[in-house]
Design a protein around this ligand. Structure first.
Ligand SMILES: Cc1cc2nc3c(=O)[nH]c(=O)nc-3n(C[C@H](O)[C@H](O)[C@H](O)COP(=O)(O)OP(=O)(O)OC[C@H]3O[C@@H](n4cnc5c(N)ncnc54)[C@H](O)[C@@H]3O)c2cc1C
Length: 377
């Protein structure tokens, strides 16, 4: 590191760091900073299982090509970065986390053919913009049968998106909490905090504060809003699917994400609302009926959980970093892509910490806002 770069580093060696929010982003950041030798205090309003986190309810699919239908190219590039980075991050944990990179299968019913055509048209266009994305493969009945034998000829065609992945979000949250504890990170569960509780850089205070509270940060990042998602978890011993399967649906993409031991996450609704009340009958019926049309073995599945959470979202539906003060950084707006893009956001934040600048932020079109007093620097 040159003297100049050292000068611009936002964190001295062995700094004391407070992280607010121990959901997905906060835990990943705590891990990276603890590995660099900083002393971390992590505060979360709720418990270690992620009870207050969107990350606990999510399906944790890592699907940049599929998501390219509904998001910006920068987010897609972050997703590609994430697919490369997750194996390295998981290798840093002290417990195994189910992680798969076996592609995504897309199916549709006859009545949704028009929507499917539109969807694939957008995917094709996005692949022309970003040739690094794998080519989607159209499967006829026999190829589909070979790809996913459990479908037993119920669909006559499908589309396979190679290389896409998923992981087990709850195993990840547990493994992160366990690893952080083992590394000596001070974990303060059930301790809600506001930025105003800290005066970083003054005596007896942390040197730096990161705010990763998702929707919990709305008190000072007013543009944040919630986008409600409902998800059903079922145990279906009669169903074996090799990979996440998406069903084209007129209102929102429905997916079935198979985790270990015949556990399936079926989701997710997408409703402009920060209502966190329990799932509606209509949403539950839609999700379960969709799964049942993909595989009748879901009829005898047992409903393990029906959960609701809200995705932390900024007005442009894109993530952003804000440097609020010289020693306060916020990372938020991960919306419906937190698992897909958090490794990229982490690397952006680490670059900003190291040099006050981030080439990756430019590559990924991540907005880095600086408070006016800081922008001059
Ligand atoms: C239904 C659903 C499905 C999803 N599916 C996917 C998917 O398939 N793929 C994907 O990539 N992403 C998915 N996501 C998105 C992903 O879950 C989020 O983008 C991600 O969890 C955001 O991470 P975060 O750390 O910013 O926020 P969160 O994970 O919500 O964590 C925020 C944390 O801050 C804590 N907190 C709040 N207030 C305070 C306070 N005052 N003090 C201290 N702590 C506080 C909360 O308790 C929580 O633990 C899904 C989300 C939902 C809701």
């Amino acid at each position: 590191m040159t003297e100049n770069e050292q000068h611009m580093s936002l964190l001295e060696a062995s700094s004391r760091v407070a992280i607010l929010g121990g959901g997905l982003m906060g835990r990943l950041l705590a891990l990276a900073l603890a590995r660099r030798g900083h002393a971390i205090d992590l505060y979360d309003a709720q418990g270690p299982a992620g009870e207050g986190a969107a990350a606990r309810v999510a399906a944790a699919m890592l699907a940049p090509l599929a998501e390219s239908a509904i998001t910006e190219p920068g987010v897609v590039r972050m997703g590609q970065h994430g697919l490369r980075r997750w194996p390295e991050l998981l290798a840093q944990l002290n417990a195994p986390v189910f992680h798969q990179q076996n592609g995504t299968l897309i199916l549709w019913h006859r009545q949704d053919r028009g929507d499917a055509q539109r969807f694939f048209g957008v995917l094709e266009k996005n692949r022309r913009i970003n040739p690094g994305l794998p080519a989607m493969q159209t499967l006829d009945g026999a190829e589909l049968q070979a790809c996913e034998p459990a479908l037993q000829n119920r669909f006559t065609q499908g589309v396979y998106l190679p290389g896409e992945g998923q992981l087990d979000n709850r195993q990840l949250l547990a493994a992160l909490a366990g690893t952080l504890e083992q590394m000596g990170v001070k974990l303060h569960w059930s301790r809600p905090r506001e930025l105003s509780d800290f005066a970083p850089g003054t005596a007896g205070q942390p040197d730096f504060v990161f705010d990763c509270r998702g929707l919990g940060a709305r008190s000072q990042w007013k543009q944040l809003r919630g986008i409600r998602g409902e998800v059903v978890r079922v145990h279906a011993p009669e169903v074996t699917l090799q990979r996440p399967t998406r069903l084209i649906h007129p209102r929102y993409p429905i997916y079935i994400a198979p985790k270990q031991d015949h556990l399936f996450v079926i989701g997710a609704t997408e409703i402009e609302s920060d209502d966190m009340s329990p799932a509606s009958v209509r949403s539950t019926l839609e999700l379960l009926s969709a799964a049942y049309t993909v595989h009748p073995g879901f009829a005898e599945a047992r409903i393990v959980e029906i959960a609701t959470q809200c995705r932390p979202t900024l007005p442009d539906n894109l993530p952003a970093v804000r440097l609020l003060a010289p020693r306060v950084m916020e990372v938020n707006g991960l919306y419906r892509h937190g698992f897909m893009i958090s490794p990229a956001m982490l690397d952006v934040v680490l670059e900003l910490i190291d040099s006050g600048d981030s080439a990756l932020a430019r590559e990924f079109d991540v907005a880095v806002h600086r408070a006016p007093a800081l922008a001059a620097h």
